[in-house]
Design a protein around this ligand. Structure first.
Ligand code: MN
Length: 219
């Protein structure tokens, strides 16, 4: 069995299907999404429906979490997240709501176990005790050692000591990251760059180009 871990899709359903074709997906393959299935791109609803109907595994991303907050009537939500919450079917919302913040893959055929998370992990903190804020939004460790969601310091993944190999998304500005114990898969598809899969147990990266830029990247 192969495991295909796929970077931030952001509604790019066509590119997602192209990527799976390029990976020569078979029914035996397990597909895992690193979160941010929705927002910014052309077909957020289609991606969630596809994932639910296909029995796809995924972790929650910060944009997915914003959609759920909109669904629950919270007021400080952007119109684009509210619109997605209103467009999703009840079954899709329930599926999104049930997504975990991280997934541990002990059966991917690799020597080291793999963990999938959208944002990141803080070294020295057990997986079960990581803060939701970091799991969804972490990007950096600042020079004075603070976890940060901005690009101010070292990518957290460069400092992650293992032993688990962490596969994550959420950092399209830095793009693909390959560290000894972490792989960053957000290659910026929705910004007109690429959608990328990590194929296990081989450890190979497979990418397809975006059909176009659907959103402008903000630094
Ligand atoms: Mn994100």
């Amino acid at each position: 069995m192969r495991t295909l871990i796929i970077g931030d899709v952001h509604g790019c359903l066509d590119e997602l299907q192209e990527l799976l074709a390029r990976c020569r997906q078979t029914p035996d393959d397990r597909v895992v999404l690193v979160g941010d299935l929705v927002a910014k791109g052309p077909d957020s609803v289609g991606v969630v429906r596809w994932a639910r109907q296909g029995g796809i595994a995924a972790v929650l991303g910060n944009h997915d979490a914003h959609v759920l907050r909109a669904h629950h009537g919270e007021s400080d939500v952007r119109p684009r997240h509210r619109a997605i919450a209103e467009a999703l079917a009840p079954a899709d919302l329930a599926w999104l709501e049930a997504l975990p913040l991280w997934l541990r893959l002990d059966d991917a055929g690799t020597e080291t176990p793999h963990v999938v998370v959208h944002g990141g992990l803080v070294a020295g903190v057990a997986l079960e005790r990581q803060e939701r804020e970091h799991l969804l939004n972490l990007r950096s460790i600042t020079p004075d050692g603070r976890p940060s969601k901005r690009l101010d310091g070292t990518p957290w993944a460069a400092l992650w000591p293992g032993p688990e190999h962490v596969v994550f998304g959420h950092d399209a500005v830095r793009g693909l990251q390959r560290h000894p114990f972490a792989t960053g898969l957000d290659s910026g598809c929705v910004y007109g760059r690429e959608l990328t899969a990590l194929v296990l147990p081989a450890g190979e990266l497979v990418s397809v180009p975006a059909a176009r830029a659907y959103a402008a990247i903000s630094r």
